[in-house]
Design a protein around this ligand. Sequence first.
Ligand code: IMO
Ligand code: MG
Length: 426
Amino acid sequence: MSITVLLGAQWGDEGKGRIADALASEADIVARFNGGPNAGHSINVGGKTVKLHQVPSGVFRLGCQNIIGNGVVLNPAKLLEEIEQINEAGAQATPENLRISENAHIILQGHIALDKAKEKTQGGIGTTQTGIGFAYADKAYRVGIRAGMMRDAEKFGDTVYKRTLEINAQLAAQNAEQVDAEMTGAIYTAMATQIAPYLADTSAILRDALKRGKRILAEGAQGVLLDIDHGTYPFVTSSSATIGGVMTGLGVPPQSISRVMGAAKAFSTRVGKGPMPTELDGEMALRLRGTGANPWDEYGSTTGRPRRVGWLDAVALRTAVAVNGITELALTKLDILTGIDTLNIATRYQVDGRSLDELPSDSEVLERCTPIYEQMAGWTEDVQNCRSFTELPANAQNYIRRIETLVKARITVISVGPEREQMIVR
Ligand code: IMO
Ligand code: MG
């Protein structure tokens, strides 16, 4: 029984794509269990960066099966676009190597319109405006449309049409622009025929694969701190980005999980609103963010928004490790810290006269927390060509060891540059 889980251990954008791509080389199946087109997983193939949103990161590995699980919300138009992009990049996503759960819920144009309308109001939280929250709301409200219905394209299109009319009533009540229901119905009907061959009972596929000793990688989207239950609510996404999401989002037993890996950046970033105790502004923020000239600079891969940046938050990371049973961390973008004189790590928070060593569960309390920093000496040596831990400058080794002690997890993978091979595996 062997599922390796890869979770984002911060606020998303931890570099899960490239870690998943590396882990996929040892996997038979890569499965996405949560989120949807809000995710942006960048993979470097042949010197070019490809951004995956819904298709799992195993698609660039020959012989690797990819699964979009029931916990995902799927935008069919974006999926077809993505499949085309993958083909252009020299790989293939066909019904042979990509299976989509019949129970995944469909994102409608109306969900996107509702998301956009809400973001224009005071209640906006800085979503990716891809309809995520409203698609999951329909699922929870038991009026969602599941992918399996695409097998009957006419019925699917008609259901989409009817639900769109209901959504239009909501949009009208908000004076927001409505969606062309008839056109949407027609477009979704046409897409159903194209997507139907990909549909499958993916839980059954995964359970069968486990019986046959296959190696599965469960690829998380977003991050622990954006989880609907354990994140900084209400500044979160609408799915389970934590460990429980693997079981519900794929339909696999907990005993099948043999390894829980977290991906974390060597510093912190966040897009959208919500508390971020170690946030920086000024020169150091510009330094960490980059100018946007490189694809790995800190600008949203789904929305292009500049990301908020800050020092590494060991309090948040320690909580992420503890909540999910993370035993190993992949630390990404270590090279970005090269040349910074003094590095800060938040080791505890101070709030209301108390000192906390884990994230408070209330976002309003978190908003008032002041981080207590520990300072560490930086390094000036280029780390991009290091391929083993001992080749790293002594201060970089100290930084990594200190994080391990603070968050109580081993750092087994370290990325030291944007290229596929610029990675240290310990
Ligand atoms: P990956 O998988 C970073 C954030 C949004 C917003 C909040 C809710 O690339 O790490 P949503 O559109 O999901 O309703 O937005 O969650 N968010 C992400 N931030 N990386 C992501 O995905 C994200 N997906 C959603 O910015 O704050
Ligand atoms: Mg992203």
